[in-house]
Design a protein around this ligand. Structure first.
Ligand SMILES: *Cc1c(COP(=O)(O)O)cnc(C)c1O
Length: 369
């Protein structure tokens, strides 16, 4: 049996006629950059989230960077980010000239530790970027309280959390603004790079839209040096089609995650948890291997058995080369450091079958028993 890590082809086949029609229509209208398909998607996505503004852009990394600029963050400022994430989260902070300050993550949920955030605040701190890692919301109530107390901006990184909820509220609606990625493998994915910024703040929205389109406020009215980070019409048209299926796909992901949890509950693995008040949309199903197990070997053995797995991520952000001059030690981020050494992401997507999941669970359990 073969179990791919994700199966984007199976998803395409399930909505082929809708997608093909949307692509043909966009080409017929030569709506290649911006235009009606992009404004339609911005409207659809804002309304799905229940926010007043959505500004589409080229990818999820740009959207973090542009939002940081839009809220006025730059040289001399510090921004607190989790030690465990994809590099975009800290990279965007560096790109605008500010300094990423890492906070450790929580043992049971992998998301940023609010108590550690509090400890890392200085008089240069201007913002926090919580990441709803793997599809599980960060502790947004405490994070917003801290932000209020210290007058900090909160930009949510929702690249992995389309549809996730905390206390009944969608991620992306807590902070001053939020960033979404529609990289093909995300819960809502385009057929290429794509991203979006959302906010209820008209001032942030105007600034973000201006920056993403060469600093223009209306055609040829350049009020600043901005950049080119626009969305293709084709990607927008595809995203509008796929958005209609997102809630159903998320329910299926949750269902498949519950299947793994049932199959693996008596194993030596630590399984992902969904604390009360959280809706986890399982962008990734991440288990922790016992300390004695050689992860590389397990992955290789799974591969020999036709099962693709991945590690998100093998090195915590503070220990990546770009931050080596900061001389962090393991003791600075004990939780993120430990997680990154033992985590393993299992195949999960809406179309995975119970037979495939049973095969993954059986094979993995034999390898770690
Ligand atoms: C995917 C991702 C991003 C942004 O990704 P792009 O590839 O630039 O769209 C940002 N943060 C996290 C946590 C991600 O997983």
């Amino acid at each position: 049996m073969k179990v791919p890590f994700v199966d984007l082809h199976a998803q395409y086949v399930s909505i082929k006629s809708e997608i093909d029609a949307a692509i043909a229509d966009t080409i017929a209208r030569t709506a290649f950059i911006g235009g009606e398909p992009v404004s339609a998607f911005e409207k659809d996505f804002a309304s799905w989230l229940g926010v007043s503004h959505c500004i589409a852009c080229a990818n999820g990394t740009d959207s973090i960077e542009i939002l940081l600029k839009a809220v006025g963050i730059g040289v001399g400022d510090e921004v607190i980010v989790p030690a465990h994430s994809w590099i975009s989260t800290s990279e965007a902070v560096g790109t605008v000239g500010a300094m990423p300050v890492f906070a450790d993550t929580l043992k049971n949920t992998f998301t940023i530790d609010p108590a550690d955030v509090r400890k890392r605040i200085t008089n240069r701190t201007k913002a926090i970027i919580p990441v709803h890692l793997f599809g599980l919301p960060a502790e947004m109530d405490v994070i917003m309280d801290i932000a209020k107390e210290f007058n900090l901006k909160v930009i949510e990184d929702c690249a992995q959390s389309h549809g996730a909820k905390f206390k009944g509220q969608l991620t992306g609606t807590f902070g001053h603004a939020a960033s979404f990625s529609f990289y093909p493998g995300k819960n809502l994915g385009a057929y290429g790079d794509a991203g979006a910024m959302v906010t209820n703040d008209a001032v942030i929205a105007d600034a973000a839209r201006m920056i993403a389109n060469h600093g223009q406020k209306g055609k040829h009215n350049h009020i600043a040096e901005g950049r080119n980070s626009r969305l293709d019409g084709l990607q927008a048209a595809i995203l509008s089609v796929k958005l209609k299926h997102l809630d159903k796909w998320n329910s299926l992901r949750i269902e498949k995650a519950n299947v793994y949890t049932k199959l693996l509950k008596n194993s030596r693995l630590v399984l992902p948890q969904t604390p009360k008040d959280h809706v986890h949309v399982f962008h990734l199903y991440v288990v922790q291997l016992p300390e004695s197990v050689d992860r590389k070997q397990v992955m290789e053995d799974l591969k020999q058995n036709g099962i693709e797995t991945a590690v998100h991520y093998p090195v915590a952000l503070p220990f990546l080369k770009p931050y080596s001059n900061r001389n962090f030690s393991n003791a600075d981020f004990p939780v993120a450091r430990t997680h990154t050494q033992c985590i393993l992401s299992l195949p999960i997507f809406a179309e995975i079958t119970v037979e495939q999941q049973r095969y993954v669970a059986d094979t993995l359990q034999k390898l770690v028993s």
